[in-house]
Design a binder for this molecule. Structure first.
Ligand code: GTP
Ligand code: MG
Length: 140
């Protein structure tokens, strides 16, 4: 079990002014911020980040959405970070997300579901490295 995961606050939550509230929920759940930046993904950057979903029917919509406005990218540190963070964000579809999860509170649809969270230790490192170099990481 690794101790980092990678997250993005997606364009929907940024444009709805939820950055502060979401970061607060993450912090209160015991995650340490290792790295953080705000940026606007280009279409080709979003395509690359979501290449694993290239065959899924929603890929084009997802790429268009994720490059539609700025996001906040961050590396989070906590013991068993990947599983702990998936628990905190809740189900992909906010209609199925548990009370108190970030998606329950801030997502508006399956696509516009407020935040991204890595699904494995391996992907956490791949995704973290997509956005951050080693000198941009401040581990606890
Ligand atoms: P991430 O943490 O963002 O990776 O979400 P996830 O792991 O809960 O879901 P998954 O990796 O399967 O899908 C990636 C993203 O694609 C989701 O977070 C949604 O934004 C979007 N997505 C997933 N399923 C659908 C769908 O059925 N329709 C649409 N329009 N978007 C979807
Ligand atoms: Mg995923």
């Amino acid at each position: 079990m690794g101790n980092i995961t990678f997250t993005m606050i997606k364009p929907c939550a940024v444009s709805q002014e939820h950055i502060g509230e979401i970061l607060s929920v993450i912090n209160k759940a015991g995650f340490h911020f290792v790295s953080m930046k705000m940026l606007h993904l280009s279409k080709s950057q979003a395509e690359k980040f979501y290449a694993v979903h290239a065959e899924r029917p929603f890929y084009n919509d997802l790429v268009a959405f994720m490059s539609s406005g700025p996001i906040v990218a961050a590396i989070l540190q906590k013991e068993n970070a990947v599983a702990e963070y998936r628990k905190l964000i809740g189900s992909t579809n906010p209609a199925q997300a548990d009370e108190g999860t970030i998606r329950k509170m801030f997502a508006t649809s399956v696509q516009e579901n407020a935040v991204h969270g890595s699904d494995s230790d391996e992907n956490a490192e791949i995704e973290a490295s997509f956005f951050f170099s080693q000198i941009e990481r401040f581990y606890k």
